[in-house]
Design a protein around this ligand. Sequence first.
Ligand code: PRP
Length: 213
Amino acid sequence: MSEWLRIALTKGRLQDKSVELFESIGLDCSPVRNPGRRLIHTLPNYPLDVVLAKAPDVITYVEHGVCDLGVVGKDTILEKGGAFYEVLDLGFGRCRFALAVKKGSDFYGTYKTRRIASKYPNVTRTFFEGRGMDVDIIKIEGSVELAPILDLADGIVDIVETGATLRENGLEPIEDVAQVSARLIVNTASMKLYKNEITDFLSRVEQKLGERA
Ligand code: PRP
């Protein structure tokens, strides 16, 4: 008998794109399209339960094996890390991490330790360590663009998609830090235990991504 799999989807921006992809491989995702306040949904025509969760929690659930699969952004993977297989780049949710500063400011033109604000302190630390640069990192929970405007920080490391938020707040990107897109992740034990079921799912998704490319 086929094992029933469970997948955690990142709520919000990645959710709609994930649902579109799954529908394109023949999964009836109507329960996820009209979720109400329910957080777990059983698909009517494929042995899969869909769990809706915040991005870092997708990784937690997959790492602990309470979800076999997950869809999560590379930004969260880079920040949080963890033990799981990252098996596919799903191609949507494309954006980048960038270092941005107040327009016209000379970020590198001083010897004093720079202050960097970010929602992603680990990504920021790794980037500046790679440069051999000592920086003070201030963790901000959202709308990080405020930090340089308020003179709390010399720069930010943040997600840039269209660049509109930076532009409209008088900031400009000066360095690319990392490319980001949605990834499919798999629990390491599930990959062995439910090899056939997971391979079936992965090959359907992979074939569709190939057609899109
Ligand atoms: C993200 C990011 C930027 C913005 C970038 O914020 O932190 O603020 O999107 O997008 P853009 O380049 O298309 O303008 P999000 O909307 O996720 O909210 P947050 O500020 O709470 O992080």
